[in-house]
Design a protein around this ligand. Structure first.
Ligand SMILES: [Fe+2]
Length: 378
């Protein structure tokens, strides 16, 4: 099943959506919904997984208050040690469902933990399995940042030291996702901006895929793009439970789309750049957004309604309004050798070449790196 990708060239598409999604504005509403989910599904013993940072927030304190479940703290970025301890605790206490509360890395770790419980003692073995022998433990994901779409997507991660393993399997998709607008009220403006920007790139890039796409993705993503244009600035500057829930919705829409498509040049170029600079994911996307749009602009499918003459101006105004405040502070120098290394790494993404609206070569990638990082090249 997992290998059945869409290929519009062959006239075939698929859309998987394994996660039931509930949207709420407040913690109170969310807890009422969670109670009903637990009751209807018959989950009596649950564990809450989160991380140190989230566990100290006012949001988490209010969420976890009156909940009878034990709380287990995960490590940073899917660290394997605390994940193994969580598996042991879940098995020992006969836990029936996991409630994961946190950003992308907490949710990505929780997905792998849920899949491992009745299947293996070795997380790395999971990456080799195409199907699970026993179903994953039911997982309810509650995102506290709205950008990755991890609460609905089929990506999981495990990290040992500096080695991070990504797993993409349909059986990693959580059973439930509960979106809570109020979760983002306590985030910093910078965090809301960067995660919301990441969500936009997921929407835009999965929308312009050539073959690995489908009518459901396109309908969801067109709606997500216009919602983003309406709510992003106010979500960053003046967050309310309403605009926060809107951003949570956009992020989840993009998460579903990524399950059924893929990201494009912005992400392909950002990964080697993040490896060189040590930047976080969203920050590493910043230089590539405009050049990537420009590169593909004349090759976009007319039906996507992205070829409006003011599209780039709007992106600049409605999306990149905080970008200079980050990039002006960067103190870095790249040589042509660095650009060559990043180009070679980017080229290992063979699907990009197939899915990008415009044919893309090694030389094109090099040119886009040079244009995007012009200010920083020696
Ligand atoms: Fe991303």
């Amino acid at each position: 099943m997992h290998r059945l990708f869409s290929d519009l060239n062959q006239g075939r598409w698929r859309f998987y959506s394994d996660t039931k999604i509930i949207g709420t504005k407040t913690i109170k509403q969310a807890k009422d919904c969670l109670r009903q989910v637990l009751e209807t599904e018959g989950f009596r013993k649950c564990i809450i997984l989160t991380d140190q940072g989230v566990s100290k927030t006012d949001f988490f304190r209010r969420f976890a208050k009156d909940m009878k479940s034990d709380i287990h703290i995960l490590g940073v970025e899917c660290d394997i040690g605390p994940m193994q301890e969580a598996v042991d605790a879940i098995r020992k206490d006969n836990i029936e469902a996991i409630i994961a509360v946190g950003g992308g890395s907490v949710l990505d770790a929780a997905k792998v933990i849920a899949a491992a419980i009745d299947n293996t003692d070795d997380f790395f073995e999971l990456s080799k399995l195409h199907e699970l022998k026993s179903p994953a433990l039911p997982l309810i994901c509650i995102p506290t940042t709205f950008g990755t779409g991890s609460e609905v997507n089929m990506y999981g991660h495990v990290r040992v030291g500096n080695k991070k393993l990504g797993i993409r399997r349909a059986w990693l998709a959580p059973k439930f996702a509960i979106l809570i607008g109020e979760a983002a009220l306590g985030l910093s403006k910078k965090m809301r901006y960067l995660t919301g920007l990441d969500a936009w790139t997921h929407v835009y890039e999965t929308l312009i895929n050539c073959y690995e796409t489908n009518p459901f993705n396109r309908a969801l993503l067109k709606d997500a793009l216009s919602r983003h244009a309406t709510c992003f600035q106010s979500y960053v500057d003046k967050p309310t439970v309403e605009n926060c829930l809107d951003m949570a919705t956009i992020s989840a829409m993009a998460g579903l789309a990524i399950n059924n498509g893929r990201t494009g040049i912005m992400h392909t170029l950002a990964v080697p750049f993040a490896a060189k600079t040590g930047f976080g994911h969203a920050l590493s996307l910043l230089p590539f957004i405009k050049p990537a749009i420009r590169f593909n602009y004349n090759f976009l499918d007319k039906d996507l309604s992205l070829k409006k003459s003011n599209f780039l101006t709007n992106v600049e105004k409605q999306l990149l309004f905080m970008a200079p405040s980050f990039m002006n502070e960067w103190d870095m120098t790249f040589t042509q050798n660095d650009i060559d290394e990043m180009t070679a790494l980017a080229l290992s993404d063979t699907v990009l070449v197939k899915e990008n609206p415009r044919q893309i070569s090694a030389n094109d990638i090099k040119l886009i790196y040079n244009e995007s990082l012009e200010k920083f090249i020696a």
